[in-house]
Design a protein around this ligand. Structure first.
Ligand code: FAD
Length: 472
């Protein structure tokens, strides 16, 4: 059935990019609709991404910490054990309450929420295959495509992800048993987070990585420090190695691997293979052909710096376009589009988008890496401070890691901050604000930081960048 519902803005996709844009639009007075096929809001992030992974990282860390470290504090927890099913239930409860919370926010802000598959009929008409079997057609002056991404398939297509023995992150978030051995294909953030969960619960984890290091986009010192910490915890790494084939075994899978130069290596076998080679933009069944938009060779929707596609009233944001695949990046872009629709000055500063890895210790980064500055021939200064010299990290018995600050040599302006250490994901916010406001390292080091806190390590690294740290 068709309806003559007319909107100022329709958002296709209810992930962090889409739902935040919809709320913002409604708050700014636009008549807004959101279309989501999944049956719950929150997208990849809330349903099968950020949120469930952080729940499992938290519970597995509690278990490991109690088992490995509590006696150091004179606290004895005998016979520490875990129940994977219960961990999964706690994770599901967190996901459920958060996705329902977003549905509540849609009602509160009077955003019309259509549960179904959205498809362009033309540039101002969206036809929706509702999940209840009916169809509906709505009219919209503007539309934001926020359809996100999906896991990339097995490299070379030799073995498909069946979510049984050969799994993606989605499968890894709902395993019924703890693997004995897990091969992680790809040493990126998502794989290392999920690998950490199971490693803490007793799984032997082997990482097969094509590049010569894990997380190749991160600052090199961070990635090598992290590799050493993971090795200490029992991770095995095979760098410069590629998967060229694979087959299912009775209770697992075997992978054929080679060095990047093509030298054959012994097959790797495990009861579980986690394919974490990245994610690809998702635009299936969206009817892009009806609005004259063609994805690029990577499947991404091309946009200009205002997120406009080559259809002037249609925008795209988040994982479906270029840039880091992060929830908060998608949110910033959505807000920017909506503000510009209202004639406000929407803007996204890509130099001030933090990236966090929620392992233990955490990794957090914002701005340029040292390698990027070298490549761009920028003259820079480095300030470093180890958590082993921070009083709070020592009292907490969590002294691994450091803060590394990069500033422009002549002006002392902050260009990048990279850190590995306990709570790094929370601490990085200060550096993000510094970069956003054009701060120098001196500005931040002259701001008073409470004692004893981990944040003093940030202050000391800032001091080291333009003069000297006090506590080393
Ligand atoms: P998505 O969240 O992918 O949402 C798109 C939505 O659109 C989906 O719900 C989909 O069902 C819907 N959709 C698609 N096509 C249609 C259609 N035609 N009609 C209707 N609906 C449609 N990022 C972080 O910042 N921090 C993290 O800690 C983090 N952890 C992650 C852990 C894992 C395991 C994974 C997989 C990802 C993680 N990410 C993390 C990445 C993050 O989830 C994504 O960057 C983010 O979800 C992108 O948001 P989005 O709105 O662009 O798309």
């Amino acid at each position: 059935s068709t309806s003559n519902k007319q909107y100022d803005l329709t958002v296709i996709g209810g992930g962090p990019g889409g739902y935040v844009a919809a709320i913002k639009a409604a708050q700014l007075g636009l008549k807004t609709a959101i279309v989501e096929k999944r049956g719950s809001l929150g997208g990849t992030c809330l349903n099968v991404g950020c949120i469930p992974s952080k729940a499992l990282l938290n519970s597995s860390h509690k278990y490991e910490d109690m088992k490995e470290n509590f006696d150091t504090y004179g606290v004895y927890a005998d016979n520490v054990r875990f129940d994977l099913g219960k961990m999964m239930k706690q994770k599901d409860a967190a996901v459920r309450s958060l996705t329902r919370g977003i549905e509540f926010l849609m009602n509160k802000n009077k955003v019309d929420y259509y549960k179904g598959w959205g498809k362009f009929a033309d540039s101002t008409t969206i036809s929706i295959d509702l999940n209840n079997g009916k169809t509906k057609s709505i009219r919209s002056k503007n539309t934001i495509i926020a359809t996100g991404s999906e896991p990339s398939p097995f490299p070379g297509g030799k073995l498909s992800i069946d979510e049984n023995r050969v799994i993606s992150s989605t499968g890894a978030l709902s395993l019924k048993e703890v693997p004995k051995k897990m091969i992680l294909v790809g040493g990126g953030v998502i794989g290392l987070e999920m690998g950490s969960v199971y490693s803490r619960l007793g799984t032997e984890v082997v990482v097969v990585e094509f590049m010569d290091r894990i997380m190749p986009n991160f600052d090199k010192e961070i990635s090598s420090t992290f590799t050493n910490i993971l090795k200490r915890r029992g991770f095995k790494f095979m760098f410069n190695t590629k998967v060229v084939g694979g087959s299912l075994k009775k209770n697992g899978a075997a992978l054929q691997i080679e060095t990047v130069d093509g030298d054959k290596l012994d097959d790797l076998e495990a009861d579980y293979v986690l394919v974490a080679t990245g994610r690809r933009p998702y635009t299936e069944g969206l009817g892009l052909e009806n609005i004259g938009v063609t994805p690029d060779v990577f499947g991404r929707i091309e946009v200009d710096d205002k997120f406009t596609t080559n259809a002037p009233n249609i925008y795209a944001i988040g994982d479906v376009i270029r840039g880091p695949m992060l929830a908060h990046k998608a949110e910033e872009e959505g807000v920017c589009v909506v503000e510009n629709l209202k004639g406000l000055n929407g803007h996204v500063n890509y130099d001030a988008i933090p990236g966090v890895v929620y392992t233990h210790p955490e990794i957090a980064t914002v701005g340029k890496t040292e390698e990027e500055l070298q490549e761009a021939k920028v003259k820079y200064s480095v300030g470093k401070f180890p958590f082993s010299a921070n009083s709070r990290a020592r009292t907490n018995n969590e002294a691994d890691g450091f803060v590394k600050v990069l500033t422009e040599k002549d002006t002392d302006k902050l260009l990048g901050v990279h850190m590995i250490g306990s709570n790094a994901g929370e601490l990085i916010a200060e550096a993000v604000i510094g970069i956003e406001y054009g701060a120098t390292s001196e500005d931040i080091s002259r701001s008073c930081h409470a004692h004893p806190t981990l944040s003093e390590a940030m202050k000391e690294a800032m001091m080291a960048a333009h003069f000297k740290a006090v506590h080393v």
